[in-house]
Structure formats: structure tokens, C-alpha cells
Design a binder for this molecule. Structure first.
Ligand SMILES: Nc1ncnc2c1ncn2[C@@H]1O[C@H](COP(=O)(O)OP(=O)(O)OP(=O)(O)O)[C@@H](O)[C@H]1O
Length: 291
């Protein structure tokens, strides 16, 4: 487990993360969502020991990550950044061997199989000779083959074509169908990962404003539409008007019986998808809060 206690971080006095408390459990797949510039990459780099100047405590299996060599070997950060600096002159084959030295459980044969058979990339090419999308694929293959306890994918499908995105998620779901492995995926393409994640995290204004399982989300979220002015007494996270129709976005524990009562009183109930929920959480409520 990774445990984050009272994590705060600022760039030039601008708070990026404010007093975050979070537990990341084994066997889960977390979707981390938030608007551009909110601090997702900063948080993920802190979790993978690439940023160490912060306040608070982060522990991996009970030990502080900055003082724990195991955290380097078992937490893998996969970037969609295509700049490996000096290492871009290396062949893919040699880069994989380097990663095998860094991550104790790295499966070199599997990485080569993915590279050549699944994605059809020549392992003797240099990293710098690859297209942007293929550089991202290479980074993803490292994450998939590293066999880390915690793998962090920062915008994994950035720059990938539809076929490669589909291939990546197919391999991803095979690799992470494992109760000991945890993945954290930060992405803006919410509908693409909705079916793979077990938990939802939403970062807004430097805080985690939503942290719940996908099961709870599916049970508690719905849209209620009414053509009268009457407002249901529910936890409404956003609302819209469409002509004379009022649309309410709800996140609340409501039994099927109560939902049936709403329907007989003239309300219409429908499903709220995760992308719309996210928009309502970060935007609609933001505007309402500021009014
Ligand atoms: N090295 C840095 N120095 C100063 N400010 C930085 C630095 N890196 C990031 N920031 C700022 O920190 C904030 C959070 O950036 P971060 O990259 O974590 O956001 P993000 O949520 O990952 O964004 P995106 O979805 O656009 O990738 C932004 O305002 C960004 O400008």
C-alpha cells in the first residue's frame, strides 16, 4: 500500500497540492482525473520519488518512500514524454536491458515480445529514431513488463493511434488482472478507461475532491429530469436547463424504491456517465461555488 499523509507542495509559493491524504491499495486500478495544470503529474512524480521537495509523508509498505530502496524497484512511472535525454541514443534492446537492471521483476522476454509481435517495432532501432507515438508505446511496454507493484501511467494514450490504443488497453487489462498489482492512470480521455478502473480520484484546486469506487459511482450517480420547477431533495452536484426542462446531476445513495417514487411523481431518471460526472464535479460546481 502507498499511504499519503498531509501532502502539500507548492511551486514558487503557488500551492499545487494542499494537505492530501490518500491510501492506494493493492489490486486496484485508479483513474486520476483533473483539469490541465491541476497537479496530476506533480502528484504522480512525488509518488514515484522524482519530486522530493514536498511537505507531508508518503510511505510504501509502511516505510517512507524517500528512504526506501524498495520503492524505487517496485513503483514504476510511465511518462508520455518522448524525451529520454542522453538515453535516446540507445537502441530499444539496450534500453530494455537497462530497465531490467532497475526493476527487479522486469520481464525482458515479455517486453521484447510486446515490442516485436504486438507492436511490430524493431528492437535494434534507436529510441530517437522512433515516431512520437512509437516512443510512447516503448515507454508503455517498459511499464507493462516492469512487473512493479505500483505502475503509474501518466496520460498513456497520448499520441497513440486508435489501433495502438486498443492494443495497449488489451495488454494492460491482461497484465493488471492481478490482485497484487496496482495501476494509477492519469488521463483526459475518461470514456476510454472507464471500463478498466476500479476507483476514481478527482483532483481539483490542489485537493482530492472525489475518491470512491466505480461500484459506488455506478450506484450513486444518476440524472434526474423534470419539467416542473420542483427540485428533488438530493445531493445535486450540477444542474442545467433545457427549454422548460430541468436536468439535475445527482450523487446520492437512493434506493430503487425511492427512484420508482420519483418516476411516478413525473421525474425521469437516467444514467450519468463518468465523463459528464467529472465535468459537473470540476466545472459546474466550480462556477456555482464562485457565484
Ligand atoms: N518545474 C516547474 N516549475 C514551476 N511550476 C511548475 C513546474 N512543473 C509544473 N508546474 C506547475 O504546476 C502546476 C501543475 O502541473 P502538472 O504538470 O502537475 O499538472 P497536470 O495536472 O499534470 O496538467 P496536464 O493535465 O496539463 O498535464 C501547473 O500550474 C504547472 O504550470
Amino acid at each position: 500500500m502507498i499511504e499519503i499523509k498531509n501532502l502539500s507542495m507548492a511551486y514558487y509559493e503557488k500551492p499545487i497540492l494542499k494537505d492530501i491524504n490518500l491510501k492506494l491499495d493493492r489490486g486496484k486500478i485508479y483513474g486520476l482525473f483533473g483539469r490541465n495544470g491541476v497537479g496530476k503529474t506533480t502528484l504522480l512524480k512525488i509518488l514515484s520519488n522524482q519530486i522530493v521537495s514536498y511537505k507531508g509523508k508518503i510511505s510504501y509498505e509502511g516505510e517512507k518512500i524517500t528512504e526506501n530502496r524498495k520503492s524505487l524497484e517496485h513503483i514504476c512511472y510511465v511518462s508520455s514524454d518522448d524525451n529520454l535525454g542522453y538515453f535516446q541514443n540507445y537502441s530499444l534492446n539496450n534500453l530494455l536491458k537497462n530497465n531490467a537492471m532497475l526493476y527487479v521483476n522486469f520481464d525482458l522476454d515479455y517486453a521484447l515480445k510486446l515490442l516485436t509481435e504486438e507492436f511490430n517495432i524493431n528492437p535494434y532501432r534507436k529510441y530517437k529514431q522512433l515516431s512520437k507515438g512509437n516512443k510512447v508505446i516503448f515507454n508503455l511496454i517498459v511499464g507493462l513488463a516492469a512487473n512493479c507493484d505500483f505502475t503509474i501511467f501518466d496520460e498513456p494514450s497520448s499520441g497513440l493511434d486508435a489501433i495502438n490504443r486498443t492494443k495497449f488497453y488489451k495488454v494492460f487489462s491482461e497484465v493488471f488482472d492481478n490482485e497484487n498489482k496496482t495501476a494509477i492512470i492519469a488521463t483526459h480521455i475518461i470514456d476510454e478507461i472507464e471500463h478498466y478502473i476500479t476507483d476514481i480520484l478527482i483532483l481539483k484546486k490542489a485537493e482530492i475532491v472525489f475518491n470512491d469506487t466505480i461500484e459506488n459511482f455506478e450506484e450513486k450517480s444518476f440524472i434526474i429530469t423534470s419539467d416542473t420547477e420542483s427540485v428533488p431533495n438530493l445531493n445535486i452536484i450540477g444542474e442545467e436547463s433545457l427549454g422548460s426542462m430541468k436536468i439535475y446531476y445527482v450523487y446520492d445513495e437512493v434506493s430503487e424504491d425511492i427512484k420508482r417514487e420519483f418516476t411516478t411523481s413525473g421525474f425521469k431518471i437516467s444514467k450519468l456517465d463518468l465523463q459528464k460526472f467529472f465535468i459537473e464535479m470540476v466545472e459546474a460546481k466550480e462556477n456555482k461555488d464562485e457565484k
